[in-house]
Write a protein that binds this ligand. Structure first.
Ligand SMILES: Nc1nc2c(ncn2[C@@H]2O[C@H](COP(=O)(O)OP(=O)(O)OP(=O)(O)O)[C@@H](O)[C@H]2O)c(=O)[nH]1
Ligand SMILES: [Mg+2]
Length: 365
């Protein structure tokens, strides 16, 4: 089951499944989704129930207390989807992560996956960006580091903005990419299985690992280096992965195709000292081989923030330019000065407040 928290979380969860459960402080927003399962989180304010958390995660954190019991019960073995920018999704999810981190040990079957939608720093308000940076290096990282979470998926709103996409179309892109990944065990059952086998249990065990999950899918050309093709077909919806700790792939080949080309892919992972789990199937509906690959990787707090900042620094690649109508000029990235100051302070062993004072005097923050 999928649980959508806050505005973005709710919309995406409803795109993923009509059986989704959504949680929000806004009854109106939830009602629009037309789902059977929705839970209203209460905000105790002198003005009564708020209709949003006003981009303040502290409001979401307070609202968490009103749904705590119900929410902690349904997250077991399921996935949470939320944005990290606003107050509701960020605040409630932060509390869930803190709770999970505090537990002794969560068994595989009870692990929760986290699907996070990150704001695009170049085009979105600084509150969204700052909330995200706090979230990445704080509760999210602690959760993953506790090894009590399942996979964490980090999506970025970059393509939405650079591609000038309608929110609905962009959400469909995220939902369909997740559906492609999740169809791996079914495809192994549905099509003629030629090599390997990722069954439902293997897949669930993979998704229960406390790592970041990056995945992509593309038409595979066995005559070219696999690394090159992974790079060319980088999934623009997600943050870039680090070297994989574990991997999984599904190779689909057309009728009559020599499927032993999958050994090339094993060689690639062998060079990275990773032994992937895989399925190779014959799909009569395609005329070129197609691969879906997932990598699990690990990140430290500062690296997570770097990954996030890099999304805005990277020159947008040819692929987005071609596929979506794009504004070609890329401005320089707004570096988050406060976070940078804290990073430098850590490295230098000085007080962050000292560096911040200098930056304040220079008018940088
Ligand atoms: N991809 C995508 N991003 C969205 C969508 N709706 C909001 N966002 C992004 O989510 C972030 C804002 O968070 P929301 O999900 O509205 O925040 P919330 O959790 O409802 O919290 P509050 O609005 O403060 O109560 C921003 O980065 C938005 O760009 C959506 O439908 N799709
Ligand atoms: Mg909202």
């Amino acid at each position: 089951m999928i649980i959508g928290i806050g505005g973005a979380g709710g919309k995406l969860a409803s795109g993923l499944s009509k059986e989704a459960t959504v949680i929000n402080v806004s009854e109106v927003e939830m009602h629009k989704l037309g789902l059977a399962n929705s839970i209203l989180a209460y905000t105790n304010n002198e003005k009564g129930q708020l209709v949003g958390s006003k981009k303040d995660p502290n409001i979401g954190k307070t609202a968490f207390n009103s749904v705590r019991g119900q929410l902690l019960d349904i997250i077991k073995g399921n996935a949470i989807i939320t944005s990290s920018g606003g107050g509701t999704g960020n605040g409630i999810t932060s509390q869930v992560l803190s709770y999970i981190s505090s537990l002794e040990k969560v068994s595989d079957i009870n692990r929760t996956q986290f699907i996070i939608i990150l704001p695009y720093a170049k085009k979105e308000p600084s509150e969204y960006v700052n909330n995200t940076i706090e979230f990445l290096q704080g509760p999210l990282w602690k959760g993953v580091d506790s090894t009590n979470t399942g996979n964490t998926f980090l999506f970025s709103n970059k393509c939405k903005y650079e591609g000038r996409m309608a929110e609905k179309d962009f959400n469909e892109l995220i939902c369909s990419s997740l559906a492609t990944l999740n169809s791996i065990p079914e495809k192994g059952d549905k099509y003629e299985l030629l090599e390997g086998h990722i069954d439902k249990e293997d897949f669930e065990a993979y998704k229960a690992k406390s790592f970041f999950n990056y995945f992509t899918d593309f038409e595979y050309n066995p005559d070219r280096y696999f690394d090159e093709q992974m790079e060319e077909n980088y999934n623009e919806l997600m943050l870039r992965p680090d070297v994989p700790i574990e991997a999984l792939f599904l190779l689909e080949v057309p009728e009559g195709y020599d499927h032993t080309v999958f050994y090339n892919i094993l060689d690639h992972f062998d060079a990275q000292k990773v032994t992937p789990i895989y399925s190779v199937v014959r799909n009569p509906n395609i005329d070129k081989p197609h691969i879906t690959v997932s990598l699990l990787y690990s990140r430290k707090p500062a690296e997570l923030v770097d990954d996030y900042n890099r999304v805005a620094e990277e020159t947008t690649r040819e692929k987005i330019k071609k596929s979506i109508d794009l504004s070609p000029k890329l401005e320089r990235v707004a570096v988050n000065m406060e976070t940078k100051a804290e990073e430098v302070a850590r490295e230098e062993g000085t007080e962050a407040s000292e560096i911040k004072n200098i930056l304040k005097r220079l008018g940088k923050i």
